[in-house]
Design a protein around this ligand. Structure first.
Ligand SMILES: Cc1cc2nc3c(=O)[nH]c(=O)nc-3n(C[C@H](O)[C@H](O)[C@H](O)COP(=O)(O)OP(=O)(O)OC[C@H]3O[C@@H](n4cnc5c(N)ncnc54)[C@H](O)[C@@H]3O)c2cc1C
Length: 518
């Protein structure tokens, strides 16, 4: 590059929520010798979202990469182990119907005959219980590992449930104390630069002009840079996924020594669904619903009702303490414009049915860390690749979430009639469902280098919802699959005998951590 080219050295990140601090940490860790000068600007007046308590297994790699020790993380964030999601009453009103979407892949995956083999030989038990040990481990609230398993490693795959406010706090402390990130507390009143040109700086209310070579918009739903300044529109998905509201509350245990669930529980309601997440010291429970079908008061009443009948929750909860949240389901096709990229809810947000927001932040920040060019003159080339890949990722999430609804037979309310209507699904999802009438999802149906939801995720949901293909091909590998199944049964038995419960393992890990601190 000639001397006329301008190097990218100073990165200004607007926003101090999970997105801002994850982006700062991932970028800083990727350039360990201080090659980048990273500043996070956070408004003293705009609070962070403070929800978002379920992660994807990718968070283990992210925390390790940025240098946070697992025991410190678990304790600081009141975190527990998440091994997937359990969906209740998604098929219909049958209170006993539930299925798992576990994080571990089925045995022998991606053998395309697995689903067919399960249908022939084992359909008396659920697909997830047949093809991996994790569903059974979750039935017993077991941990994904033993005390002696190395940090971030697992006997089975896992992510976390965590306290979102504590998580942002830990990331902030780590980024500023160990990764050389500068923290500025100031409200940004103006963006300096023309809307068809690179941003020159941000005008802070008290600190004046904050200059940068590159800007990361992590300002949450405000989308201060990508939306307000660059006017990049949000592609609405409300016609596909109608949910645009949530009401959330923290609930304390009646018996604080009781088991900690290994999964997020998701239970359908007349106008949406309720998440139920167990942390070591409390639960996080919330109702996600469509404001077009349900008033906020009705939503609170539904949540209160759920809490009344839920096991092991203190009864003295005041539902008026619940946090009300509103969002526009959708994403921006152009997330990277000029010298600015949006990461986090500024880029888009879809209902948290499969906890896809934090993993999208991790992926976007890692992509940026890898692809951030050395000179400003290369930015538009990098932007094109980013926008293409991330638009596809958003579309994939829309399709995967919609799959949960279109397979449902629930028709009791206008909400469920609308959400389960196949006509409101994308052409891609309709095409897949047509192909999957005579075969299961295949790895080759999905083209992205890193799919958040691989074919296995689609298999778990389809078969969990009793959507089995009418099989047309001859089974060829029955013996090999039967042998793999026997091995899986054997390892399930060993894991059941050898794994502690979540509560036991977390208590042991905290005691070790306290011992170190003492
Ligand atoms: C109901 C609900 C449930 C969710 N559940 C999950 C889940 O289970 N799993 C998951 O992965 N995700 C979940 N999410 C999403 C998750 O909460 C977010 O992805 C995550 O919190 C990141 O938010 P953020 O950092 O983008 O925005 P925020 O937390 O809103 O942070 C925005 C930051 O920008 C700053 N800011 C804004 N304007 C200015 C300004 N003018 N000047 C200076 N600073 C400014 C604010 O001060 C703040 O620091 C959920 C979201 C909702 C709504």
């Amino acid at each position: 590059m000639s001397s006329q080219h301008t190097p990218i050295r100073r990165i200004v990140i607007l926003g101090g929520g999970a997105a801002g601090w994850l982006a700062a940490s991932i970028l800083a860790a990727s350039r360990p010798n201080g090659a980048l000068d990273i500043v996070v600007v956070e408004s003293p007046d705009v609070p962070i979202l403070g929800v978002g308590e379920g992660t994807w297994p990718t968070m283990r790699g992210t925390l390790q990469k940025i240098g946070i020790d697992e025991q410190t993380f678990l304790r600081a964030c009141d975190a527990s182990f998440k091994q997937g999601t359990c969906f209740h009453q998604w098929l219909n009103d049958d209170e006993d119907h539930r299925y798992y979407h576990p994080f571990s892949l089925p045995f022998d995956y991606p053998n395309p005959q697995l689903g067919q083999w399960w249908q022939h030989h084992h359909s008396h038990q659920s697909f997830a219980h047949t093809v991996c040990s994790q569903a059974t481990l979750c039935d017993y609230h077991l941990a994904p590992k033993q005390l002696q398993t190395p940090p971030y490693a697992g006997v089975v795959n896992y992510g976390y449930h965590l306290d979102a406010n504590k998580f942002a706090q830990l990331l902030k402390q780590h980024a500023t104390e160990h990764l050389g990130v500068t923290h500025v507390i100031d409200h940004i009143d103006a963006v300096i630069g023309d809307t068809d040109a690179p941003i020159l700086g941000l005008q802070g209310r008290t600190s004046g002009l904050i200059k940068g070579d590159f800007f990361v918009d992590c300002s949450g739903f405000a989308a201060r840079l990508i939306g307000q300044h660059y006017q990049q529109p949000l592609t609405s998905c409300q016609h596909i996924l109608a949910n645009d509201s949530a009401v959330a509350i923290q609930a304390h245990y009646e018996d604080p020594t009781a088991d900690i669930a290994s999964v997020t529980h998701s239970t359908t309601q007349p106008h949406g669904w309720i998440w139920d997440i167990a942390l070591p010291s409390r639960k996080g429970v919330g109702y996600v619903y469509s404001s077009a079908h349900c008033s906020d008061d009705e939503a609170k009443a539904t949540l209160a009702n759920y809490l009344k009948s839920a096991a092991n929750i203190q009864r003295n909860i005041d539902i008026q303490d619940a946090k009300q949240l509103r969002f526009s389901p959708g994403y921006r096709q152009t997330q990277w414009q000029k010298n600015c990229v949006a990461i986090g809810t500024s880029a888009g947000f879809l209902e948290p049915l499969e906890a896809s927001a934090l993993v999208m932040i991790e992926m976007a920040a890692s992509h940026l860390a890898e692809q951030l060019p050395s000179y400003t003159q290369q930015l538009s080339a990098a932007a094109q690749g980013f926008n293409q890949v991330f638009s596809q990722r958003w579309q994939r999430i829309v399709d995967f979430l919609k799959l949960h609804y279109v397979l449902s037979q629930r028709q009791q309310t206008a909400y469920w009639q609308q959400m389960s209507d196949i006509n409101s699904a994308s052409e891609q999802l309709k095409n897949w469902l047509t192909l999957w009438q005579t075969r299961g999802p295949l790895a080759s149906d999905f083209s992205l280098r890193e799919e958040i939801f691989p074919a296995a995720s689609f298999l778990y949901v389809l078969y969990g919802m009793h959507q089995c293909p009418q099989l047309s091909v001859q089974m060829q590998e029955e013996n090999a699959l039967q042998r793999a199944f026997q091995q899986s049964v054997q390892s399930t038995r060993q894991q059941l005998a050898g794994l502690p419960t979540n509560r036991q393992l977390l208590t042991q890990l905290h005691q070790i951590q306290l011992g170190k601190a003492g």
